[in-house]
Unconditional design. Sequence first.
Length: 216
Amino acid sequence: MSIEKSTKETVVLVHGLWMRGWVMTLLGLRLQRCGFHTVVFSYPSMSNSLSQNALLLSNFVASIAASQIHFIGHSLGGLLIMQMLAECPDPRARRIVLVGSPCHASYAANKLARMGLGRYLIGRGMLQWLKQKVPECADWYEVGSIAGCVSLGLGRLLGGLPSPNDGVVAVEETRISGTRDQIVLNESHSSMLISTGVAHQVCMFLQHGYFFHNPE
């Protein structure tokens, strides 16, 4: 795939499970207003393993002509970014924002994985993540994690999730050692894709390496 060359810092946006790249369009437009050049990576979230998609993402990133590359991943997209950086590290990677990504564990995915149809619904990528050790955050890039606390989503159909949660992922599941900063916002798992507040926090982290935490 040919990608337009840019002297600006480039941000790669990666969607989550059951989605396609277009769901990241609005967030990408808002990041452009912050001065970033953005590109969207779309991948088969169900049929491929996490490692297979990590290779696809690595090849996609290799074609980007930029000296610094940042990454934004929603849900499974964040896990894919971490997998790619562990298996195919790129020295240009700088800041990564994980949005609603179940890095530490996934109550919902584990419960579905124990069901016949559920294993199909979470796809091969999520199944691989559940079985492996969580990749560590390398010293040469900075990771920020955004979680939501509005419980609206699949979790209700599974008998509830540990609180607080965003309806799909529990806040505790988004925590990963080595992160530069973490924040919890009043958003559900899906609303984070269209939230102006999330876009503001992503821009803040990409520009400064930390989120804006409201004073008590």
